[in-house]
Design a protein around this ligand. Structure first.
Ligand code: PLP
Length: 392
């Protein structure tokens, strides 16, 4: 991090260029889609990258650039690019770095749309991929082939909070000349630094914790400058997956309280996971902070805190439905990372697009509830969950 400042300081100040904006303490929102030049030579110099500057909205502007600087600092990255959504950041990586015939290794249990995108790339562009149980790093090595270009990691994973040993997978990747990329959405830069663990790239759905208030859609990608540049060229310049200036500003504002919010998310989720773990009517709890979690020891070494996401099994689909319908404070909703506590039924909502066999293979049972624990009073969240469990 710049000047080695801590994440508490960096999250407040990262990306701000106060001197350039008349002392404004909040980076202004630049809505302009065009930027005038003083003369023809300056226009040519900016277009030819001989002079830094902005000239066209799709390609970036001072607000989106400030956000890119902010995430570069928080992830200690050489370069970053801001995108219109988490999926556009993921798509920029896949489309920018893969070519027909390349092979990707990714977790069997992961954010569903990442898999759907690879299905599409496989059907239409001959990209190959293999799903692995990502809870064992050795499975990545075993799945690697001559044509493997990318190891995709999602840790903690959606929805089961699986943990992958990032340092181990990155080290296999580099022995074999493979790129290691991590979806760091669940952990955030507060809890985990994949680049410091050896990964080449990190992506975020900034819609979640970085924005933090369930009021925007955005994505971020950071890491090795050459890889980020390729992803930018395809994802932003060709596909036009740019972030809107207002959304970039909202993410910048959200990041200012990231450290505080994450501390509270970590503490609340830890308390709720323990409460659920001791509850006789809950069949299983998935939270990397629990000693019973399969990869708790790895989580302890690579994460500063265990995050705000908790998943648990209430028995079956009917029980899950009765539980959700009995909630009062906790909302039924399918995003995550906002200040409010929300819960959803993975099998019929976020992961409904997988076949029952695919869900079974990924470990997503019919009774699985995925919960994003907010920053409310933890006793009041727990009380709502307990009364809903009683009504299963
Ligand atoms: N990665 C993870 C782990 C997610 O949970 C999500 C969305 O839920 C995404 C990426 C996609 O982000 P977005 O919805 O901002 O496109």
């Amino acid at each position: 991090m710049k000047n080695n400042r801590s994440i508490y300081t960096a999250s407040v100040h990262a990306g701000s260029e106060i001197k350039e904006h008349f002392g404004a303490s909040s980076t202004p929102v630049f809505n302009a889609s065009l930027y005038r030049f003083t003369d023809a030579d300056e226009g040519a110099a900016v277009h030819n990258l001989q002079k830094p500057g902005y000239y066209y909205g799709r390609l970036g502007n001072p607000t989106t650039g400030a956000l890119e600087n902010a995430i570069s600092e928080l992830e200690s990255a050489e370069a970053a690019v801001a995108t219109g959504s988490g999926m556009s950041a993921i798509a920029a990586v896949f489309a920018g770095l893969l070519k027909s015939g390349d092979h990707v290794v990714l977790p069997a249990s992961r954010y569903s749309t990442t898999g759907y995108l690879l299905n599409h790339l496989s059907d239409h562009f001959n990209v190959e991929f293999t799903y692995v149980d990502a809870t064992s790093a050795a499975n990545y090595r075993a799945a690697a082939r001559e044509n493997t270009k990318l190891f995709w990691i999602e840790s903690p994973s959606n929805p089961l909070l699986n943990i992958t040993d990032i340092a181990e997978v990155a080290s296999f990747a580099h022995e074999a000349g493979i790129i290691a990329a991590v979806d760091n959405t669940f952990a955030t830069p507060f809890n985990q630094s994949p680049l410091a663990l050896g990964a080449d790239l990190v992506v975020h759905s900034a819609t979640k914790y970085l924005g933090g208030h369930s009021d925007l859609t955005a994505g971020l990608l950071a890491g090795r400058a050459d890889l980020v540049q390729k992803a930018r060229e395809v994802g932003i310049v060709y596909f036009g997956g740019s972030i809107a200036p207002q959304a970039a500003w909202l993410v910048l504002r959200g990041i200012k309280t990231l450290a505080l919010r994450m501390e509270r998310h970590n503490n609340n989720a830890y308390a709720i996971a323990n409460m659920l773990n001791e509850h006789p009517s809950v069949k299983a709890v998935f939270y990397p902070g629990l000693e019973s979690h399969k990869n708790h020891e790895i989580a302890k070494t690579q994460m500063k805190g265990f995050g705000g996401m908790v998943s648990f099994d209430v028995g079956g689909a009917e029980e899950a439905k009765r539980f959700l319908n009995a909630l009062d404070l906790v909302a039924i909703a399918t995003s995550l990372g906002g200040v409010e506590t929300i819960a959803q039924h993975s099998a019929s909502m976020t992961h409904a697009g997988l076949s029952p066999e695919e869900r079974a293979k990924a470990g997503i049972s019919d009774g699985l509830i995925r919960m994003s624990v907010g920053i409310e009073d933890p006793d009041e969240i727990a009380a709502d969950l307990k009364q809903a469990i009683e009504r299963i």
